[in-house]
Design a protein around this ligand. Structure first.
Ligand code: NAD
Length: 292
C-alpha cells in the first residue's frame, strides 16, 4: 500500500533512496539543508518542504538519512524537529549510521510522544542506493519492523530485524569493520602486485574469482586501477564509523586490533587533508608509506 513518507537528508544516499520510494508508488516529501536535491526529488515526482516540521506534518512514516550523531540529534530533538512535529502514531526510521546510544535515545523519546522508532542503517553504497539493492539492518520492535519492511523493500534486497533498538547500528559497525579491513587488504595487494610487475587488472580479476574475491574488490576495482577517489563513501564518514565501532567494542571489552590499525590509517588520511576522498583512497596512504 502507498504510504505518506517524509524523507529528511537527501545526500549521496538519501537522494536516490527517496527516488526509489517515489518509484514504488509512495508519496514522498523531502527536506534537505541544500536545495538542489529537493528540486531533483520534485522533478522525480516527489514533493519538497522548506523545513523538517513541514515535511513531517502529515507523514505516516519519517525516514532520516543524515551524516552522524550531531545531525540526528538536531533533526529529532532540535526545535522544529521530528519529535515535536510528527503526527501521533508515526513510525520513525533512522537510516543514518550512528551510535546505538542515539538510536536508543530517539526510540525512548519517540515512545514518550506516542511515536515509534527503529534504527535501519544500510550497506551497499551509492550504487546499492541507486539500484535499490541495499542491505538493511534493523533494530527495534517486531511490530514496527513488520510495518517498515514493505517500505524498506523498495530500497534494499536484504532487510532483516537483528534485535532491539540500537542493534541495527551494532551490525552496521561490524559491516564497516569488514569493509575497512577489506579495502586495506586490497590496497596492500595492489601496491605489492604493481611493484612486482604483474598485470594489475588481470591479477585482480583472477583473485576476485577465488576465495580472495569480495564485493569490495568488485565495486572498488576501478577506483584502485584508475586511482579515482571521488566519493562514493567519504573517509570522513568511515572515520566516524570506526570511532563508533571502537567505542562499542570497548563497551563489551572486545579487542579489535586490525580494525584499530586501519582506523588509525583513516585518521592519518584525514590529517593529510584527504577526508573528502572515497575510502578506496586508503590505497593512496599505502602508496605514500611505500614511497610512491
Ligand atoms: P551526505 O553527506 O551525502 O548526505 C547527508 C545529507 O544530510 C546532506 O544532503 C545534508 O544536507 C543532509 N543534512 C544534514 N543535516 C541535516 C539537517 N539538520 N536537516 C536536513 N538535512 C540535513 O552523506 P551520505 O553519504 O548520504 O551518508 C548518509 C548516512 O548514510 C551516513 O550516516 C553514512 O555513514 C551512511 N552511509 C553512507 C554510504 C555511502 O556510500 N555514501 C553507505 C552506507 C551508509
Amino acid at each position: 500500500t502507498p504510504r505518506r513518507i517524509a524523507f529528511i537528508g537527501l545526500g549521496i544516499m538519501g537522494s536516490p533512496m527517496a527516488a526509489n520510494l517515489v518509484k514504488a508508488g509512495h508519496t514522498v516529501t523531502g527536506f534537505n539543508l541544500v536545495q538542489a536535491p529537493i528540486d531533483k526529488l520534485i522533478a522525480d515526482g516527489g514533493k519538497g518542504a522548506s523545513s523538517i516540521a513541514e515535511a513531517v506534518k502529515d507523514a505516516e512514516i519519517v525516514i532520516t538519512m543524515v551524516p552522524a550523531d550531531p545531525q540526528v540529534e538536531a533533526v529529532y530533538f532540535g526545535e522544529e524537529g521530528v519529535l515535536d512535529n510528527a503526527p501521533a502514531g508515526a513510525l520513525l526510521i533512522d537510516m543514518s549510521s550512528v551510535t546505538p546510544q542515539i538510536s536508543q535515545r530517539v526510540a525512548a523519546a519517540a515512545k514518550e510522544k506516542g511515536l515509534r522508532s527503529i534504527d535501519a542503517p544500510v550497506s551497499g553504497g551509492e550504487a546499492g542506493a541507486i539500484e535499490g539493492v541495499l542491505s538493511i539492518m534493523v533494530g527495534g520492535e517486531r511490530a514496527d519492523f513488520d510495518e517498515a519492511e514493505p517500505v524498506l523493500k523498495a530500497l534494499g534486497t536484504t532487510v532483516a530485524l537483528v534485535g532491539p533498538s540500537g542493534s541495527g547500528q551494532t551490525v552496521k559497525v561490524a559491516n564497516q569493520l569488514i569493509v575497512a579491513v577489506n579495502i586495506q587488504a586490497c590496497a596492500e595487494a595492489v601496491v605489492f602486485l604493481e611493484k612486482s610487475g604483474v598485470d594489475l587488472e588481470v591479477a585482480l580479476d583472477v583473485l576476485n574469482g577465488g576465495l580472495a574475491g569480495s564485493t569490495v574488490l568488485t565495486r572498488k576495482k576501478n577506483n584502485f586501477l584508475k586511482r579515482d577517489f571521488a566519493p562514493g563513501f567519504r573517509l570522513d564518514l568511515h572515520h566516524k564509523d570506526m570511532g563508533n565501532l571502537l567505542s562499542a567494542a570497548r563497551a563489551v571489552e572486545v579487542p579489535l586490533p586490525t580494525a584499530a590499525l586501519v582506523a588509525d590509517f583513516i585518521t592519518a588520511m584525514r590529517n593529510a587533508g584527504d577526508g573528502g576522498l572515497d575510502h578506496s583512497a586508503l590505497l593512496r596512504n599505502l602508496e605514500r608509506l611505500s614511497g610512491k
